[in-house]
Design a protein around this ligand. Structure first.
Ligand SMILES: [Zn+2]
Length: 171
C-alpha cells in the first residue's frame, strides 16, 4: 500500500482486527520509509449475480433464499444450521462459475446435489418443491437416484425415505 505521505510502497501491519460484525478487516499500517501510520480496510467483493426465474423475470442471487428453502425442506430433520449455511455457501460459489447469470433450476439442482448427500429425506422434499414434479414418475426417479447415494444402515437413510414414499406417494 502506497504511503499517503512519502509514496513508499513498503509498510508493515501493526494491528489487524475485524470490524463491522466481521464483514471487514481493519489494518493499521506503518510506512517503512517515514514511519507514518495509516489505516486500510479489507472487504468482501460482493459481485451482483443474476438469477432468471421461470417467469423470465430476473432477480439478484440471494444466499438467504437458498438457506430458507433448505431450512423448510429439512424441517424436523437432523440438519444443522451450520450445515445449511455451508451448503448455501457452496451453492453460491458453484453457480457463480456457471456464468454471469443462471436459472432458478440451475440453483435448485446445485442445492439438490448437495442436500442429497446431507439428508436424503430433505432432498426429496426440496426436489418436490423446486423441480416442480409433473407426476409420480419424477418422484420415483428422484427416490431412485437417492438409493444410489444412501448407504445401508445409515440413520435417516432409506428407511425414512420409505416412510416418506408411503405417505407422499400412495399406490
Ligand atoms: Zn511514508
Amino acid at each position: 500500500m502506497r504511503c499517503p505521505q512519502c509514496s513508499t510502497t513498503d509498510d508493515r501491519v501493526v494491528d489487524s482486527r475485524t470490524v463491522d460484525d466481521g464483514t471487514s478487516i481493519r489494518r493499521r499500517r506503518e510506512c517503512l520509509g517515514c514511519a507514518r501510520r495509516f489505516t486500510t480496510y479489507e472487504r468482501l467483493e460482493e459481485v451482483p449475480f443474476g438469477v432468471v426465474k421461470r417467469s423470465g423475470r430476473k432477480e439478484l442471487f440471494d444466499r438467504s433464499k437458498v438457506v430458507a428453502g433448505v431450512r423448510s425442506a429439512a424441517k424436523n430433520r437432523p440438519v444443522s444450521e451450520a450445515a445449511m449455511q455451508a451448503l448455501a455457501g457452496e451453492v453460491d460459489e458453484a453457480v457463480r462459475l456457471e456464468g454471469s447469470e443462471v436459472t432458478t433450476s440451475q440453483v435448485g439442482m446445485a442445492v439438490l446435489e448437495r442436500l442429497r448427500a446431507l439428508d436424503p429425506v430433505a432432498s426429496v422434499r426440496f426436489a418436490s418443491v423446486y423441480k416442480g414434479f409433473s407426476g409420480l414418475d419424477d418422484f420415483r426417479r428422484e427416490v431412485g437416484q437417492l438409493s444410489e447415494v444412501s448407504r445401508p444402515g445409515e440413520v435417516g437413510g432409506l428407511g425414512a425415505v420409505g416412510e416418506l414414499t408411503k405417505e407422499t406417494a400412495p399406490k
